[in-house]
Design a protein around this ligand. Structure first.
Ligand code: ZN
Length: 112
């Protein structure tokens, strides 16, 4: 990936200052409590996000925002009938990290 490209692919903006972070890629955004993509209707982060190539620099860009969103998604989704368990939510939102099941559980515990 070219160096100046990253800023175009990911736009992070505060909807309410200091509160909600929304990440959008070509309109593929989502927010709680359903966490379904506004554009394609898939579970978010949707394939438009997860198929993007990632390198170390891009992972560093993505991590803070997606950790915040994972925390919100765990609060929104846990306890739902047939909803994903917190470690599954962690792996879904942090798809760009190679987490083992054990690591995903540990991260989920920290985000509760
Ligand atoms: Zn989408």
């Amino acid at each position: 990936m070219l160096a100046g490209e990253r800023g175009l692919l990911v736009t992070a903006r505060e909807i309410k200052p200091g509160n909600v972070l929304q990440l959008t890629h070509a309109g593929h955004t989502a927010c709680g409590p359903a966490w379904v993509c506004d554009t394609c209707g898939r579970d978010w982060p949707c394939p438009t996000w997860t198929k993007l190539p990632t390198d170390a620099a891009r992972r560093a860009d993505l991590l803070p925002g997606f950790v915040r969103l994972a925390r919100r998604a765990i609060r929104d989704l846990r306890g739902r009938p047939e909803g994903p368990e917190p470690p599954e939510i962690v792996r879904r939102f942090l798809w760009f990290l190679p987490l083992t099941d054990e690591e995903a559980r540990a991260v989920a515990l920290r985000l509760r």
